[in-house]
Write a protein that binds this ligand. Structure first.
Ligand code: GLN
Ligand code: ZN
Length: 759
C-alpha cells in the first residue's frame, strides 16, 4: 500500500512566511531574503514528509499568496491593469493579490472568494477577451527541481484546467469554452515540461467536479482533458477531487485516460457507493481520501481499515490519501505546550496526519492488524473522552420550542418602530466593528496574557483605545458607532475563550488568505456561557457618546464554522448550544442599554453544501434557526444587525432574509455589486449595507468612487433601506488609511443626502 497527501500547509509552522512577506511589503527585506525564507519552509516541509515515509510528496503546493493566483500567473492571465504597472514579476503578482497604489499607478486587487466550503480564500482570476493563455511561468518546474536537488522526488500539483476556468471571471464577451483550446494546449505544454524534468506523477486538482454538474460542464471537462491527456508522455496523471463526491460524472470519468483518481471518502457521502455500484478500473490507482484533511481529530483506524478492505474488492491498487489538502489544518501538535496529553492524544494536525498515514499503511498490509498495539491504542481513543458532556446544556437544547425561533413583532412593524427610535439620517454610515489592531493594541493583549501587566492596566489601555476610537468616529461623522474590538484577537477565539466546552491552541494557525492566518479553537464538549462576555466594553463605549453604540457579537453558525467541530454530535446540536449562549449575551446587552446589536455571521455561507440539493436538508434547516434563536427574545426597539463576508450569497438571498435581522452589511465591493440584482429580484426586506469599499487592500478609495458605488446601489435598493459602510472589519488596516477611507465614505454619504435633499 502506498500513501499520499494532496498538499501541505505552507506558511511555516510558526508563520515564518507570513512575517517575511509582510516585511517585504513594508520594504524591510529584499526579494532574495523573502525567497530564501520561502525556500527554507519548502525544504522543511519536504523533509518532514519524506522522513515520515510518505510515498507521494506534493510540490507546487507552496504559494506566496494563493494557488489560484499562481495558476493564473503560470498561464499568463495577468489583467492589463496590473501588467501596465510595469512592476517586477513578484510585485505584479502581489498587486493582483492586494491592489496597488503608488508611483506606478492605482488599481484594485482581484476579487477574493471562499475556496469551496472552507475558510480559505482564493483570488478570482480575471480573463480578458484579448488574453492569450500560454505556459508563461516556471514556478512548478522550479519547485520540482528544488525538491529534487535535496533528494526528494515529488508529485507536482496544479489546479486543473476545468476548475480554473469554472472559477475564473470572464470580463469581456468570451466564455470558458472560448479559452478551452488554448488552455488545454498550455496544460499540455506543462505536462511535456514535467515529463522532460522527470516527474513520474502530476496531480491536477479538480474540486469543481464535486458540484452539481451540467451537461455543458461535462462537455468542457472532456474537451479539456481529451487534449491534455494526449500529451502526457511518460508522466502519470492523477485527477484529484475533494470536498465531496463526483456522483454526476463518476461513471464516465473513470474511463478517461487518467492514471489515478483521487476520491474523497470523508466528505464524499456517495464516494463509496459509486465505487461499489460502478466498479473502478483495475489499471488505475484509486487515491482514497480516508484521512480527514479538514478536521483535527485522530483518524479512527478501525473505520478506515474497514473502508479500505471493502474498497479492495472493487479496485486494483489503492493509495491511502488525505481527503483534501492539509492546508486546512495546522502544522503540528509539537508546538502545543499547554494542552495536556489527555486532550492532545485525540488530535492530529498536518504532521501527525503523516504519521497516521504511515501507521495505516503498516496496518493495512498486516492481516492481524487488530492485534497490534498501534491499533488497540487508537481504538481506545474512541471509547472515552474526558469532560465533554454537560447535562444542563443538553436539557436546555432539548427544551427549545418553535416560538424560540420567532421574533415578534414582525419585521415591518419593527422597522417603523426603529426608524422613530433612532431617528438616523438617511443612508446611515457605520463600520463593521473592528478598528486597526495596531502594534500597541496587540502588545497590550500579549502583555496581559503573559501576566506582565495587571487586569486593571489591560482594561485601562483598552478603555483609552475605545475612547480614542469613539472620538475618531464622531469626528469622521459616522452615525452608528462601534467600540473597535481592541480586546479581540479573533472574532471566534474571543468568544470561545469565554465559553465552557472550548479548547485553545497556541500555534495551531491555519491560512485564511494571503498572509492572514486564523487559529480555530476546538469544540471539545457541550457549550455554555460562564458570564457576560462583552457587556462591560459596550456599556463603557456607549457612555462616551450620544450616538447609538453597536454591541458586537459573533453568531453561532460562524463560531461553529470557524472552530474545529466535534465529530461525536451533530453540527446542529453544537450550533444550538452556542446559539443559546449568544442569546443570553444579546439579552444582557439589551438589558444594559445597548440598543443596536450586531451578530456577525461572516461564515454562514461557508459551510453551505456544495450541492444545491443538500442546502436545506443538511444545513440551512438548522443554521438559519440557530441565528433566529439568538435574537428572537429582544424588544421591537432593539435593532439587530448582522454581517457577512466574501461569499456568493446571491443564491441564498431568501434564506438570509429569513434570518430576520433588521439590517445586514456584507461584502460587495470586490464582486461588482452583482448581488444587488438578486436582492431586488427577491424583494429583500432586510435593510442593507453592501460594502462600499474593499478593506482587504491598503488602498484609499476616493469620494467619487464611493459615491458611484452608492449610486449604483440605489438603482436596486430602496432609499430608506440603504446603509453606508466598508465591506468588513478594519482590524487588518493601518490607522491613517482607515481614517482617510472612512472620511471619504462619510463625505460620499453626505453628498448623496444633499442630492436627495435630505440633509
Ligand atoms: N465585527 C468583525 C470585525 O469588524 C467582523 C469581522 C468579519 O466579518 N470577518 O472585525
Ligand atoms: Zn466581514
Amino acid at each position: 500500500m502506498l500513501t499520499s497527501i494532496i498538499g501541505y500547509p505552507r506558511v511555516g509552522a510558526l508563520r515564518e512566511l507570513k512575517f517575511a512577506t509582510e516585511k517585504y511589503f513594508r520594504h524591510e527585506i529584499s526579494v532574495e531574503e523573502l525567497e530564501n525564507i520561502a525556500k527554507k519552509i519548502r525544504k522543511t516541509a519536504w523533509l518532514v514528509q519524506s522522513e515520515s515515509g510518505l510515498d507521494f510528496i506534493p510540490s507546487n503546493d507552496f504559494s506566496f499568496y494563493d494557488n489560484m493566483l499562481d495558476t493564473a500567473a503560470l498561464f499568463g492571465a495577468v489583467p492589463k491593469r496590473y501588467s501596465k504597472l510595469n512592476l517586477p514579476q513578484l510585485d505584479t503578482y502581489f498587486a493582483m493579490a492586494r491592489g496597488y497604489q503608488g508611483e506606478n499607478g492605482d488599481t484594485k486587487a482581484l476579487a477574493m472568494k471562499k475556496w469551496f466550503n472552507t475558510n480559505y480564500h482564493y483570488m478570482v482570476p480575471e480573463i480578458e477577451d484579448d488574453m492569450k493563455l500560454v505556459l508563461a511561468g516556471t514556478k512548478p518546474f522550479d519547485e520540482f527541481a528544488e525538491a529534487k536537488s535535496i533528494g526528494v522526488q515529488t508529485k507536482p500539483v496544479l489546479i486543473g484546467a476545468f476548475t480554473f476556468l469554472k472559477l475564473a471571471r470572464f470580463t469581456g464577451n468570451k466564455t470558458a469554452e472560448d479559452f478551452s483550446n488554448e488552455l488545454a494546449e498550455a496544460y499540455s505544454a506543462y505536462l511535456k515540461k514535467m515529463d522532460a524534468l522527470g516527474a513520474a506523477w502530476v496531480q491536477f486538482d479538480e474540486p469543481y467536479l464535486v458540484h452539481d454538474l451540467t451537461t455543458e460542464d461535462i462537455y468542457l471537462f472532456e474537451k479539456l482533458y481529451k487534449k491534455i491527456l494526449e500529451n502526457k508522455g511518460n508522466v502519470k496523471v492523477l485527477l484529484q477531487t475533494y470536498f465531496g463526491d463526483i456522483r454526476d460524472y463518476y461513471k464516465k470519468i473513470v474511463f478517461l485516460d487518467f492514471d489515478g483518481i483521487g476520491l474523497d471518502f470523508s466528505e464524499g457521502k456517495k464516494s463509496f457507493a459509486l465505487v461499489k455500484e460502478n466498479g473502478f478500473p483495475q489499471d488505475k490507482l484509486l487515491f482514497a481520501g480516508v484521512v480527514n484533511g479538514k478536521n483535527i481529530w485522530r483518524n479512527h483506524y478501525a473505520k478506515t481499515l474497514d473502508i479500505i478492505s471493502r474498497l479492495k474488492k472493487y479496485c486494483g491498487e489503492i493509495v491511502l490519501n488525505t481527503s483534501c489538502s492539509l492546508l486546512h489544518v495546522p502544522y503540528t501538535l509539537q508546538n502545543e505546550t499547554k494542552l495536556s496529553d489527555d486532550y492532545t492524544k485525540h488530535f492530529a494536525f498536518a504532521q501527525e496526519k503523516l504519521y497516521e498515514l504511515a501507521e495505516l499503511k503498516k496496518l493495512a498490509d498486516d492481516s492481524n492488524y487488530f492485534d497490534t498495539e498501534v491499533f488497540r491504542n487508537n481504538a481506545a481513543l474512541f471509547e472515552h473522552r474526558a469532560d465533554c458532556h454537560d447535562a444542563a446544556v443538553q436539557k436546555r437544547v432539548s427544551e427549545i420550542g418553535d416560538s424560540d425561533f420567532t421574533r415578534l413583532p414582525a419585521f415591518a412593524e419593527r422597522e417603523a418602530v426603529q426608524k422613530k427610535e433612532f431617528d438616523l439620517p438617511k443612508f446611515p454610515a457605520t463600520t463593521i466593528g473592528s478598528f486597526p489592531q495596531t502594534a500597541d493594541v496587540k502588545a497590550n493583549r500579549t502583555a496581559f496574557r503573559k501576566g506582565e501587566i495587571t487586569e486593571e492596566q489591560y482594561v485601562e489601555f483598552n478603555r483609552e483605545k475605545i475612547a480614542e476610537c469613539v472620538a475618531l468616529q464622531e469626528e469622521i461623522g459616522l452615525d452608528v458607532l462601534v467600540h473597535g474590538e481592541f480586546e479581540r484577537n479573533d472574532m471566534v477565539e474571543y468568544f470561545g475563550e469565554q465559553l465552557n466546552g472550548y479548547l485553545f491552541t497556541e500555534k495551531a494557525w491555519v491560512q485564511s488568505y494571503g498572509t492572514r492566518c486564523v487559529k480555530p479553537p476546538i469544540i471539545w464538549g457541550d457549550i455554555s456561557r460562564r458570564s457576560p462576555m462583552t457587556v462591560e466594553w459596550s456599556v463603557y463605549a456607549q457612555s462616551l457618546t450620544k450616538k447609538p453604540m453597536k454591541g458586537m457579537l459573533t453568531g453561532p453558525v460562524t463560531i461553529l464554522n470557524w472552530s474545529f467541530p466535534r465529530e461525536d454530535i451533530s453540527l446542529k446540536e453544537s450550533a444550538f448550544q452556542i446559539a443559546l449562549a449568544i442569546r443570553d449575551e444579546v439579552l444582557d446587552l439589551e438589558k444594559n442599554g445597548i440598543r443596536i446589536i450586531q451578530v456577525d455571521e461572516a461564515a454562514l455561507r461557508e459551510k453551505l453544501p456544495l450541492r444545491k440539493s443538500d442546502w436545506y436538508g443538511e444545513y440551512l434547516d438548522w443554521a438559519i434557526p440557530a441565528f433566529r434563536l439568538v435574537h428572537s427574545g429582544v424588544k421591537a426597539q432593539t435593532q439587530i444587525h448582522t454581517h457577512m463576508c466574501y461569499s456568493e450569497f446571491t443564491d441564498i438571498i431568501p434564506a438570509i432574509d429569513d434570518m430576520d435581522a433588521d439590517v445586514i452589511t456584507f461584502e460587495a465591493s470586490r464582486s461588482d455589486l452583482l448581488i444587488l440584482n438578486s436582492l431586488k429580484e427577491n424583494h429583500f426586506k432586510t435593510e442593507v449595507g453592501p460594502g462600499v469599499y474593499d478593506i482587504h487592500s491598503p488602498r484609499v478609495p476616493g469620494v467619487s468612487e464611493i459615491k458611484n458605488a452608492l449610486d449604483k446601489m440605489l438603482e436596486k435598493i430602496e432609499e430608506n433601506k440603504l446603509w453606508v459602510n466598508p465591506d468588513c472589519g478594519l482590524k487588518t488596516r493601518g490607522e491613517t488609511e482607515t481614517a482617510a477611507s472612512l472620511k471619504n465614505m462619510v463625505a460620499a454619504a453626505v453628498q448623496l443626502r444633499n442630492e436627495k435633499g435630505c440633509n
